[in-house]
Design a protein around this ligand. Sequence first.
Ligand code: SAH
Length: 377
Amino acid sequence: MVPIPPIRERLREQNPPAYAKIGIVTQKAHILGMTRAELAELVTGLGEPKYRADQVFRAVHEQRLRSFDEITNLPKAFRAKLAEVADISQMSVESRFLSTDGTRRYLMKTGAGKPVETVYLPTENRDTICFSSQSGCPLKCDFCLTAKLGLLGNLTAGEIVEQIVIVLNDVYGVGAETPHGTNLVGMGAGEPFLNFENLIAALRLMADEKGLFIVPNRVTVSTAGIVPRIDDLAQLEDRPHLAISLSAATDELRDRLMPINRKWDLDALMKAARNFERSLKRGERFTFEYVMLGGVNDSTEDARTLAELLKRYKLRRCKINLIPHNGAEQLDYSSSSPEAVAAFKDTLESLGVDAYVRTPRGRDIYAACGQLAAKAA
Ligand code: SAH
């Protein structure tokens, strides 16, 4: 009979070095959030050769397999060991809503039970997936429904990646190649630049050519104006495109609509935008988003003030996306009339500023901009 080892020995066996090194004692590691180097540490710690890390990476990112049992090129015993120390999935889909325009909204939950929303936006020639960076949001933009949730928590890199994996599997099926045109936008719930490290870590994992292979050029992240992180982004070689939510061209109005402006005012924000513009590559531009609120920020005078602001800071390589406000019962604002939106756009263009009107998507299922509030029905 084989003697049963003393308890401490057994624990050491169950806690192999790599497991201990990444500091996970009470919670399993999330494979989807680990770099290939971290995976190499994990697999070698479990007594397997390093090349197994690439096999695992490919299986969970490129093929988007969802359980260790499905990774059939790994020895069975190793799969069992992996499953003891790590998870491929730490998110569950609570519900999925389909809009009449084809948009899908997914209400997911993290392992800790926090709500996360992700939106799939199909168009004729390419698809866009809009992911969340936080559960809820700490910013108090007056026109946004997510603000009503407050901050429930930052998402881990693994939780950010898993949202996209879940959507891709739902749309194309497990194992199917990710279409080359797929774009990502960090415009779901939360302020991505208040979770900057996890955001960038997730984008790097998704850009890997042995994984999802969604390169930075196909990704746009949006910020309400976290100025120091705009400066950080300007310095990143492998950075995504930038969008800045502006929505007002005077401090007086922006202080009211987006309280983050009281911390970093328009002068600070425009200087950061100017600095970012200097770092743009050839032919690249960045975006300002402007939510059109009826009778609040949508007059032709407002359009002129906006054009002057851009001129004052010599911002030339930017465009303005005009987003008609998406209403909700808890929000006091109404959408600008189509005539006001058209006149606003014309005024900007007559002053040499490129402006585009965004068509609202998925309003009927609470999937449109500013409507993500973890609504379960
Ligand atoms: N916190 C980041 C990421 C969210 S992006 C940011 O603010 O940029 C979501 C976009 O939707 C932002 O541009 C925001 O200004 C816009 N938005 C918020 N509430 C909206 C609403 N009710 N209708 C239309 N757009 C809205």
